[in-house]
Design a protein around this ligand. Sequence first.
Ligand code: NDP
Length: 272
Amino acid sequence: MLDFKSTVFVSRYRTLTNQRMFAMASKLEGKVAIVTGASSGIGEATAISLAAEGAKVIIAARRGERLEAVAKHITENGGQVLPVVADITDEVQVKNLIQKAHAEFGRVDILVNNAGISFPGRIENADPSNWRKMIDINVLALMYATHTVLPIFKAQKSGHIVNISSVAGRIARAGMAAYNVTKWGVNAFSEALRQEVYQDNIRVTIIEPGLVETEIDQHITDVVAKQEIAARRKAITPLQSEDIAAAILYAVTQPQHVNVNEILIRPTQQDR
Ligand code: NDP
């Protein structure tokens, strides 16, 4: 069963048969891409979009059934995919994921560090265990994956790391402090990383979405914050996951001498 997001994505190409859609595109032919958090939202749309351009994709998340549905969609449309169930807050599972991808396909060209969570809410009311969860997935998991993939990229003398940050990595906001910390961290890590690896022909891109309609709000535990963010989303036309996937595709399909370091994308109606 395709879920809603996949259906939306596919509907954009409804004038083509699915088979033709995947066969026509080939900007990433021969490339191997790992996408974390590919069981829903931005990661799912990105995996589908990279596969449609000819990349072999390794998709990771904890929900195996959802991953299988994404994998089925990709294979039914002529793409190549390897689903890997992993909790990437566990360093060992991250290593296994990347080693499995490398062993299966013989190389890794693109790592999209997308998996993430958000627990908005004011500091004084916060449950600090939610801060730890956010730091574990939004920051540390991304660092583990980067650390593991770098030797592969260095040996190949090429590779591209795409880190999904947020507008919250640039603009602080009351009620978002802890999430701001994690995404600010992603941005700082990414720029330092870029300076460490550019001489090895390795590219680093930060993607900074504004409000995107995904499942991310489902985990919010702070009732007031949940209402606030729902109201913010309702007041505007939010981005769709496919809008972010398109930006990622743009970054990873540029010629080797072009390093798209940062793309910040807001819905047109988002204030800040
Ligand atoms: P979703 O909730 O739809 O997707 C989050 C993904 O992360 C899921 O596939 C989830 O899979 C995965 N994930 C969460 N925890 C883990 C874990 N421990 N191990 C492995 N995978 C995990 O949200 P989005 O698509 O919106 O979020 C994707 C990224 O975009 C995040 O980094 C988020 O911070 C960022 N972002 C989102 C915005 C928005 O408005 N939606 C705005 C700006 C940035 P599973 O649960 O199956 O493990």
